[in-house]
Write a protein that binds this ligand. Structure first.
Ligand code: ZN
Length: 138
């Protein structure tokens, strides 16, 4: 974001997602990988959806994926968003499989297309928090 102070609501890490947010701060997109079957998932799910195992390890994802779907928000449901409307919200399907709710940056909303290749960018919005957004892959 620009030099001006970030005024939108900022997510707060919990115990399950701390590693994810710590990784983002260091420019890494972290995922959980099932130790039994190797399937990747986002934090917040205790068990693997494939094999039901709770055994996991944190791994760094490539940061590449594709735009699975998106929308453009015109309503101001929260006063903090008045200055950024219309903005996009997107679901990016990572190369590793998980789908992440995010925003696409460095792209006009009119130019967004499903399946377009995207790559992660790390947006430091406060001293404590870096958000992971995506831009069209170069
Ligand atoms: Zn598994």
């Amino acid at each position: 974001m620009a030099e001006q102070e970030y005024s939108l609501p900022i997510p707060v890490a919990d115990e399950a997602s701390q590693e994810f947010f710590d990784g983002a701060k260091e420019g890494r997109l972290m995922l959980l990988r099932c130790s039994q079957c190797g399937r990747h998932r986002l934090p917040g799910r205790e068990r693997c959806a494939d094999c039901w195992s709770t055994e996991t390890e944190w791994v760094q994802a490539s940061g590449r994926g594709k735009l699975y779907t998106f929308g453009v928000m015109h309503q101001k449901y929260h006063p903090a968003f008045a200055g950024v409307t219309p903005y996009n919200f997107a679901i990016v399907e990572l190369e590793e499989g998980p789908r992440l709710v995010t925003n696409i940056v460095e792209c006009e909303n009119d130019d967004l297309r499903t399946d377009m290749p995207v790559e992660a960018v790390f947006d430091s919005v406060s001293e404590e928090t870096t958000l992971i957004r995506f831009r069209p892959a170069s």
